[in-house]
Design a protein around this ligand. Structure first.
Ligand code: HEC
Length: 506
């Protein structure tokens, strides 16, 4: 590796090598013994083989606290390896640094494992960038050499196995991909979980590859119309896999029945000892069913289950709200009740204020994005051009504000432009009365839901006014991007809809 080295990929690799090197000097080169032998304690100072090896062992022991997402590109691998446990996160980073030093010094690792040994031989052909995150490491590895690239991919998949299975995978030889094999499907590995969470739609070759890697069930959350050019059921059948399609388009179609079926699909795979690959187009639609299963069927704490769902790709605040709602109701004893502003406790008022702050932040950000887009000259800018910007930016802004403020947030309306902007389950009742003032609900679990009305100003009418007096370029853009648009025909001062904000109780 040329310059910056370290990353968890290489580092785990190097740690393994460290283990074998020490073995080679003190006994037979048996991988089993190498991986199981506890870290040598005497002389376990940072920088020593024993210390680094102890660290590697510890990471394998802590594998259930680690999550890793790996994106395979045409030229390399981008991996993020993280832990919510600050000690494990610190260890991941420290290990990365230690291994960076080892690789610089030319120490090979895991020599009994051909993928690792070969990769080290070819280290000159690898470029590697490492960036610590607050919870671990991001690593980008690339190679122009096809054989080295195949090794990098094999290695990345091998490290995912370490995360999924810990010591058991550490003892196994890493499966080796050949030049010309399909690019592996990008995936998220969750420590201690045998299932694979795909970050994209797999193609036929990738499905076959998953089967070879031991996956025997495929769960697809996409609607068949989204992949008409590809018969996934057929591909699964051809590969000898069980296939389930649990189709839904987005948060507006996420319901109890679908979540029940997702849990059943994962539960069946677990009961039959099968590894399943779960996917939609990006991972967004996989998280809710997974979180439901984790909490309701496996007793995993809600915060962890939701963190996993986010790692899998569920960033949509409405999706998270609906998932929490489902879990609350399925675990019984959750009830929403209206709270009048006068009867709020000091703590409730503070929570309410947090919601208003998040709303203000989102409003400002949306307004700035809109202004910026409209100020540009047509065709990219102007009102018509800004529609594309809104479509692209509005959901991202909501996600960012939600993350920054530790809330779920969105906009909704009785006359929707984007059907994905539906209301959270808890808000449906209160919105039915078309409130023109703020409304607050609290749940027995401590959550709070707030809806805040949105009035239209003159500036909004360019895109929400009377279609007859709107710029034809705007109406054309709306027809194209929002064929089911209901959000025109408003006048200045009209109630356009509501911001909703949910502050989680736990
Ligand atoms: C440049 C055109 C444009 C202007 C100007 C505009 N909007 Fe919108 N509005 C959109 C688009 C496009 C969407 C759909 C965004 C999405 O896909 O989430 C939208 C969505 C919304 C929504 C979410 C609910 C739904 O129907 O999907 C609300 C609420 C809203 N707009 C209010 C306003 C207000 C208030 C103003 C004035 C401050 C305004 N808009 C100005 C284009 C515009």
């Amino acid at each position: 590796m040329k310059r910056t080295l370290g990353g968890i990929g290489m580092l785990l690799a190097v740690a393994g090598l460290a283990a074998s090197v020490s073995l080679a000097s003190c006994g037979p080169n048996k991988p089993d013994a190498a991986m199981q032998e506890p870290g040598v304690t005497e002389a376990a100072r940072p920088g020593t083989l024993a210390y680094d090896r102890g660290m590697w062992q510890q990471l394998l022991s802590d594998h259930t606290k680690i999550r890793r997402s790996v994106k395979f590109t045409e030229t390399g691998v981008e991996a993020i390896t993280e832990s919510d446990d600050p000690e494990v996160a610190a260890r991941i980073i420290e290990h990365a640094k230690a291994m960076q030093e080892r690789v610089r010094a030319g120490a090979r690792v895991r020599v009994w494992d051909p993928v690792f040994a070969e990769l080290f031989k070819r280290h000159e052909a690898v470029t590697l960038e490492v960036t610590p995150t607050d919870k671990g490491v991001t690593i980008v590895e690339r190679s122009d050499d096809p054989e080295t690239l195949a090794l990098l991919r094999s290695h990345a998949l091998g490290v995912n196995d370490f995360v999924r299975s810990g010591h058991a995978a550490g003892r196994r030889e890493t499966p080796r991909l050949k030049v010309g094999d399909p690019v592996p499907v990008s995936e998220v590995a969750i420590g201690g979980v045998s299932h694979r969470f795909l970050m994209t739609q797999p193609d036929g070759g990738q499905v076959a590859m998953l089967k070879t890697a031991g996956v025997s069930a495929l769960v697809n959350f996409r609607k068949p119309a989204e992949h008409v050019d590809y018969d996934e059921a057929g591909a699964a059948k051809g590969a000898g896999m069980e296939y389930r399609n649990l189709p839904y388009a987005g948060p507006q179609e996420l319901n109890d029945e679908l979540l029940d079926r997702a849990r059943a699909a994962i539960g069946d795979a677990d009961r039959n000892g099968r590894s399943a690959a779960l996917h939609c187009r990006t991972g967004n639609r996989v998280g809710p069913g997974w979180a439901g299963y984790r909490v309701l069927d496996q007793g995993v704490p809600l915060a962890q289950a939701l963190a996993e769902a986010r790692a899998i790709g569920t960033h949509d605040p409405l999706m998270e709200s609906k998932t929490r709602d489902y879990i609350r109701r399925r675990s019984g004893g959750s009830e929403w009740s209206a709270l009048s502003p006068e009867s709020m406790s000091a703590a409730q008022r503070a929570t309410y204020e947090r919601g208003v702050e998040a709303r203000d932040a989102m409003f400002q950000r949306l307004f700035a994005a809109l202004g910026e887009a409209m100020a540009k000259p047509a065709p990219e800018g102007g009102a018509a051009g800004a529609i594309g910007v809104c479509k692209e930016q509005a959901p991202k802004i909501a996600q960012r504000i939600a993350k920054e403020n530790g809330v779920m947030i969105g906009r909704t309306s009785a006359k929707l432009r984007n059907p994905m902007n539906g209301a959270p389950t808890w808000a449906a009742g209160v919105l039915a009365s078309t409130p023109t003032e703020a409304r607050v609900l609290t749940n027995t679990d401590g959550s709070m839901g707030v809806v805040l009305p949105i009035k239209l100003s003159g500036a909004c009418l360019a895109c929400h006014g009377d279609p007859a007096s709107m710029d034809p370029a705007v109406t054309a853009a709306l027809r194209e991007k929002y064929p089911k648009d209901q959000a025109t025909g408003f006048k200045e001062g009209d109630l356009r809809g509501w911001f909703w904000v949910e502050m989680p109780g736990q």
